[in-house]
Design a binder for this molecule. Structure first.
Ligand SMILES: N[C@@H](CCC(=O)N[C@@H](CS)C(=O)NCC(=O)O)C(=O)O
Length: 214
């Protein structure tokens, strides 16, 4: 069975959520590629040393959550990674999201979470402010789009919805004002009602992330 290496960090969380949502036939293996002694193994699988990584017999290791989501969807024959006419629309939202909404959330998440958890320098208030500015640029686009539909593309959740929401599970900490955008907030509430999104790690032995110091 293919192995999906993951942790509780945002991109691996996204990949695990996809695997669980699709009930993909993979073994989920917790990993800490930046822990002492791990670099040699993980650099062979991914030159960026990051996770998620999908290792499948007879194939090159696959890294990047988006590529892994595509492969998992392919493995189970799901339209979660849209096929046919819906595919360009889904890719539009993934592409725009990563440059805009997801990027804004990533900036704030890095400053308010990752930096503090892993002791990689003081918070940069300018970067947090810039993240908020980008959030308020991007959120109205989603607000308008989601005012008339439940999901970003089509009538059911697709990978674009999961990717757009990559960092939102940490919003209690990021404090981005989702509530200023009711259709966006309602969309995220719909995602949170999906068990595989709400708690992708249920039943897995996955150590918690290092705490954010008070
Ligand atoms: N662009 C990559 C980003 C991968 C990435 O940044 N992974 C981080 C977590 S978000 C990582 O490997 N961190 C080490 C860890 O989780 O132990 C993707 O979409 O998969």
């Amino acid at each position: 069975m293919p192995t999906l290496y993951y942790s509780r960090n945002p991109n691996p969380r996204l990949a695990v959520a996809v695997a669980r949502y699709l009930d993909a036939p993979v073994t989920l293996e917790w990993a800490a590629p930046f822990a002492p002694g791990q670099a040699e193994h993980f650099l062979k699988l991914n030159p960026t040393q990051r996770i998620p990584i999908l290792v499948e017999e007879g194939a090159e290791p696959l890294w990047e959550a988006d590529a892994i989501a595509c492969r998992l969807s392919q493995m189970v024959g799901s339209d979660f990674w849209r096929q046919g006419a819906g595919q360009p629309d889904m890719i539009r939202w993934i592409s725009w999201g990563k440059e805009n909404f997801v990027r804004a959330c990533d900036m704030v998440s890095f400053e308010t979470g990752t930096k503090l958890r892993y002791h990689i320098g003081p918070q940069d208030p300018e970067a947090i402010a810039e993240g908020h500015r980008l959030f308020h640029d991007a959120a109205p686009i989603l607000e308008l789009h989601l005012a008339t539909r439940d999901w970003l593309t089509g009538a059911t959740p697709s990978y674009a919805d999961f990717r757009m929401a990559t960092f939102l599970p940490w919003n209690a900490n990021m404090r981005l004002p989702l509530q200023d955008y009711p259709a966006l907030a309602a969309w995220y509430a719909r995602l949170e009602a999906i068990p595989a999104w709400a708690d992708p790690f249920q039943g897995l032995e996955a150590p918690e992330l290092p705490p954010i110091p008070a």
